[in-house]
Design a protein around this ligand. Structure first.
Ligand code: UDP
Length: 357
């Protein structure tokens, strides 16, 4: 029996865990214990994903949220350590780049438990991003590094990780597994397109700290989106952090704002939109999975293959640049048949690797 403690806490981690846990559940030799740190806790930022995607109910919920980075990470470290001492797993599995990721990896490593990092090796080379700090530190103390792309493998090699006593494996992107698996169910269960009466629209999300915490940047992004909305309906499922700041600053919005949606609704919005505009990591790839061009509201991206192949263009946060990039990307015809992310086999590679260890 291989016992794995999985640490999740934020929305994108629930989606990744849904795909991987589903694969784990097919193997009797694997026992998974799920720890939810509580980083995201609202019904529409957490519960909806567990319900819709039938992720096993977390065995533990630490309920840690609404704190500064240091306090949040520190409390998670303490809480996770207690659980690991009790559960004594062989592996701890962490996803992505949040405070839950680094807290889980660090708690495990100090107890000499092997750390698995899924979505390893990604780099923005922007050390002002909390996510970049979390990624680099997590990769450095992980034992098995599952990389979604060739670029991610190369980043780890550039940092000398291939000279360490660790395994670096390119497995593809578990989010593509999730997108492929849940697309049919979304088609049956989501009513969002009809409910909102959507026809032609652009799908947009904004939540990165570099965009929300700098008011000038945020105002400029909103100005760009307002301008685009004069030509085509812009629909934004708004992250609670962004909503709080927009409300507080009384920034005028002309486009359509909705509450954050569940994954099935998100899939349908992706399927039906004309273009994606986002600062999300996950959504840049999902645009590609659902054959949509993407404008990224950042100056760099970890998903460089999307930019290199013309599916994604970086627009930063300048209103004029956002508008111009939108115009270019609305018109660009792309061939989406390339296999950049493993075509739905990423979770299988994880399981077969772990079973062989
Ligand atoms: N997502 C969702 N509902 C929303 C907004 C996003 O289900 O209202 C999904 C999205 O499809 C993707 C994931 O959440 O799978 C991305 O999470 P987020 O943008 O919060 O984080 P990031 O990927 O930037 O780390």
């Amino acid at each position: 029996m291989i016992k794995i403690v999985t640490i999740v806490g934020a929305r994108p981690q629930f989606i990744k865990a849904a795909a991987v846990s589903r694969q784990f559940s097919k193997h009797k030799e694997i026992q998974e214990v799920i720890v939810h740190t509580g980083q995201h806790f609202d019904k529409n930022m957490s519960d909806v994903f567990f319900e819709e995607m039938q992720i096993p109910h977390p065995n533990y919920n630490l309920n840690i949220h609404g704190l500064s980075h240091g306090a949040m990470t520190g409390q998670m470290l303490e809480g996770i350590e207690k659980i690991l001492l009790k559960e004594k797993p062989y592996f701890v599995l962490v996803y992505g780049d949040t405070n839950s990721t680094i807290a889980g990896a660090l708690a495990a490593k100090k107890l000499h438990i092997k750390v698995i990092h899924v979505e390893a090796g990604l780099r923005s080379f922007n050390m002002d991003m909390p996510e970049e700090i979390n990624r680099i530190l997590t990769d450095r103390i992980s034992d098995i590094l599952f990389c979604p792309t060739d670029a991610a493998v190369q980043n780890l090699k550039n940092e000398g990780m291939d000279k360490m006593n660790v395994r670096i494996i390119k497995n593809g992107d578990v989010m593509q597994d999730a997108a492929l698996f849940y697309a049919q169910e979304a088609e049956k269960k989501s009513t969002i397109i009809k409910k909102l009466g959507l026809n032609e629209f652009v799908l947009c999300t904004i939540h990165r700290a570099e965009n929300t915490d700098n008011i000038d940047n945020l105002k400029s992004i909103i100005e760009g989106l307002n301008r685009i909305n004069q030509e085509v309906n812009v629909v934004v499922p708004l992250h609670p952090r962004t909503k709080n700041i927009l409300d507080k600053e009384e920034i005028a919005i002309q486009f359509t704002v909705i509450e954050p949606v569940g994954y099935f609704d998100m899939i349908m919005l992706l399927k039906h939109c004309k273009l994606v505009i986002t600062d999300s990591g996950g959504l840049q790839k999902e645009a590609f999975f659902f054959r949509k061009n993407c404008v990224t509201l950042r100056n760099e991206t970890e998903w460089v293959e999307l930019v290199e192949n013309g599916y994604n263009t970086l627009a930063g946060n300048n209103a004029d640049k956002i508008y111009q990039t939108y115009q270019i990307m609305m018109e660009r015809n792309n061939d989406f048949s390339k296999n950049l992310y493993g075509n739905g086999k990423a979770c299988e590679v994880i399981v077969s690797t772990l079973l062989k260890m």
